[in-house]
Ligand binder design. Sequence first.
Ligand code: PMP
Length: 432
Amino acid sequence: MKNEEMMRRDLAHIWHPCTQMKDHETLPLIPVKSARGVWLEDFEGNRYIDGISSWWVNLFGHAHPYITQKLAEQAATLEHVLLAGFTHEPAVRLAERLCDLAPGNLNRLFFADNGSSAVEIALKMSFHAHRNEGRDRPLFLSLTNSYHGETIGALSVGDVSLYKETYEPILIRSIQTPVPEDATEEAAERAAVALEEILRQRGEEISALIVEPLVQCAGYMHMYHPRYLTLAKRLCESYGIHFIADEIAVGFGRTGTMFACEQAGVTPDFLCLSKGLTGGYMPLAVVLTHDEIYAKFYCDYLEFKAFLHSHSYTGNPLGCACANATLDLFERERTIEANRAKSAEMARLLEPFNALPNVREVRQRGMIAAVELTGYDPARRVNLEIFRRCLKGGVFIRPLGHVLYFMPPYVIDEEEMRQLVGTAYEAVKALA
Ligand code: PMP
């Protein structure tokens, strides 16, 4: 069996992310041989719909001919050059386009190569900007239930205990303010009152507030009202605190607009982007900011105010070429508009879940939909039961505990969407 052989060779050496490796004594790995569109195919010809866009990175499907072509052309021209003291056309073009697309006055762009690094950069830049003005603000503020990545700084501002608890003694300093408890405007107003109280007490110690706008994805797809962002941004301004929008998961159309902040009319001081940036092809990330921040670092070298953060693969041309190709597709295919019909179709397909006794809530924002189950002891690992049942139906989803969710590539067609949601529905119904 080719799948089994691949799995045996893998498990001899590879330590997988987000995994208790012992699980694989009973839980098979899925060796993927190839992928096209929304479909993943294993070594024995079994096909699965990629219902979560391979951890939310894929937008236009796997092996998209246009992105593949642009990647190949770039590889044959310039695969990489360092970005300190050098530049290249794919990076310049991408920076111009992203600054143009981003809300408000965000016109300065710093490259990184993964989402967590983008968060680290935003945190460091914020702290450093205050310091360059003679203020030390060693504390960061984030929302309860938030997730911003798993390097030490990013983990420190997250609030999912599963990832964070073990490392508490080695984290940087952060405090949390309550996320709005549901998607109503009233919940947003209440959470803003709590935020103001914290800012009143500790505002002078805090460099920045970091948020995942509208949807806390790794936080069980918790969704909240845009009003919170509007109020939080206003409060940050009045206390001289930077506002960091981590749109690593929700950017590039996931919530129905190019960037989630647009729905609140908010321009953050820092905007972190990754995942969908390259259409799911290459690791790349960016942090956008504005001239006011940029100016705080701009001086003679011997004043020692420069932002010296660097990664070897910063602004990699292959990543930039894929990102430019992805933006071409957004323009050419009018993706944001086209997704409106797709998300309406998803809403329609989700309706039957509401009638199941083991479903507590169905929620959706744009191309992100979640079904929260109720009545399960965490020790039961209902997520694995659903995962296995869906696989049998040719669907790959990866529930977060008792919350299953759909975040498919935007190219999913009606028939595939029916199979995706319908298979998950049968799995949940079988457990009811
Ligand atoms: N921020 C958010 C909101 C995320 O969802 C993630 C990844 N799931 C990250 C940061 C970290 O990105 P990466 O996995 O590329 O480090």
